[in-house]
Design a protein around this ligand. Structure first.
Ligand code: G
Ligand code: G
Ligand code: MN
Ligand code: NA
Length: 253
């Protein structure tokens, strides 16, 4: 079976799940959000991360129906946390293929109404590293999503095709600094120079900053002194099940 055909069957048989990676606000030291991360449960003991299959989902168009499921599942989870008194901003990755379609805002609006979520606590993440075929359509869609009250984040900032040009062309609320700039932050003078320059740049542009891939206390302390707003990474937690996030939060309180 080709990967294409295998994924088609996996979508039909709902062999996907979401893990969640928590995000902490540096100032209040509280868990304030979580990013939903797709996994393919290929067999009982095979949980596959999207690097291995996302481009096939996109080229086959399967990301459209699966993307709808991802949004619905993440929003239901967010509503279920809210019912337990756990209010987290939910980060949902979307593919440019979903944005080029022009239907995503209607889908979101329907799902948010069904789940009873608050628009301002839903954050749509788009990855800078992907080539966008219809930039005008994507720009229009992102603006309309923001105008409706959702947040939009630029993911994996700094390693993609257009870096700073993206900040001109599209409008965002949040910039996620790629972990390429974080893993060696404590030792690397270049990494530090870049992150130190990004923080005030983002502040001037009205963007909140999230550092990705934060693994150590030393990195965290540096990011705190630099003025980055939030962190995500193994220091806090790997991507885990929704129940594991609930437990982590109860440990924090
Ligand atoms: O899951 P992992 O931590 O390996 O994530 C790798 C990348 O895969 C993420 O940075 C993100 O860009 C992409 N990704 C993860 N989940 C989703 C998803 O639900 N939809 C889309 N479009 N991309 C995702
Ligand atoms: O959306 P994005 O492509 O940034 O997805 C995050 C990816 O990075 C996921 O594959 C996740 O498993 C991985 N990741 C998350 N936190 C860390 C971390 O602290 N260190 C490393 N090396 N990888 C991380
Ligand atoms: Mn992401
Ligand atoms: Na990322």
């Amino acid at each position: 079976l080709s990967l294409d055909a295998e994924l088609k069957k996996a979508v039909e048989h709902q062999q996907f799940c979401l893990l969640y990676q928590p995000q902490m606000d540096i100032r209040d030291q509280q868990i304030v959000g979580a990013e939903a991360l797709l996994r393919w449960q290929r067999s009982e003991n095979e949980l596959i991360a999207p690097g291995a299959f996302m481009s096939t989902l996109e080229s086959s168009g399967l990301i459209r129906p699966l993307g709808e499921w991802i949004m619905q599942e993440a929003l239901r989870q967010q509503a279920s946390w809210a019912q337990q008194g756990v209010c987290l901003q939910m980060g949902i990755n979307v593919s440019p293929v979903q944005l080029e379609q022009g239907k995503i805002l209607d889908q979101l609006e329907r799902m948010v109404a069904d789940a009873g979520c608050d628009r301002s606590s839903v954050c749509i993440e788009i990855t800078e590293s992907l080539a966008i075929k219809k930039p005008l359509m994507v720009a229009k869609t992102l603006s309309s999503i923001r105008e409706a009250g959702y947040k939009v984040a630029l993911d994996d900032f700094g390693i993609g095709f257009s870096s700073l040009e993206y900040l001109l062309r599209f409008s965002f609320d949040i910039l996620k600094i790629d972990r390429a700039f974080i893993w060696n932050l404590a030792q690397g003078s270049k990494e530090q120079a870049i992150v130190r320059a990004l923080a005030p740049l983002c502040q001037s542009l009205g963007l909140k900053t999230v550092a990705e891939g934060v693994e150590t206390r030393q990195q965290y302390d540096l990011l705190s002194s630099i003025g980055v707003d939030q962190v995500q990474g193994y220091m806090l937690s790997r991507p885990v099940t929704a129940d594991a996030v609930t437990e982590l939060i109860s440990d924090f309180r």
